[in-house]
Design a protein around this ligand. Structure first.
Ligand code: AMP
Ligand code: ZN
Length: 114
């Protein structure tokens, strides 16, 4: 998708602060962090929202979660804890329509979220 911000990152046209990458997944620091650590984990494949996952994406969805686990270990916050969130559509406040997992860490996170 040529007009998608996150696809431009995957293509190397925009250079985010990358923390993790493999053949299917890219992870980088959020430009407007909501916690001391705020990382976005995206599939390299363009998928607009969680609603748009298809059966053939099941392994990719698993790979995104496995990447969160690897990043938490790599960045040293797995034991202290963290939260991962996927916003979907209007009521969640989703702004970028390329599916992404937010990973928040580095402070005590309140519950329930707003
Ligand atoms: P969402 O509201 O779930 O769609 O989240 C989109 C996230 O993308 C927000 O947390 C933004 O701060 C973040 N974001 C937007 N532009 C950039 C960028 N150029 N680099 C890194 N993160 C970005
Ligand atoms: Zn995209």
């Amino acid at each position: 998708m040529s007009d998608c911000l996150f696809c431009k990152m995957v293509a190397g046209e925009i250079k985010p602060d990358v923390v993790f990458e493999n053949d299917q997944v890219l992870a980088f620091r959020d430009i407007n962090p909501q916690a001391p650590v705020h990382i976005l984990v995206i599939p390299k494949k363009h998928i607009a929202t969680l609603n748009d996952l298809s059966g053939e994406d099941a392994a990719l969805a698993g790979e995104l979660l496995m990447s969160v686990k690897a990043i938490a270990e790599q960045e040293g916050f797995s034991e202290a804890g963290y939260r991962t969130t996927i916003n979907c559509n209007r009521d969640s406040g989703q702004e970028v329509f390329h599916i992404h997992l937010h990973v928040l860490a580095g402070r005590k996170l309140s519950w329930p979220p707003g």
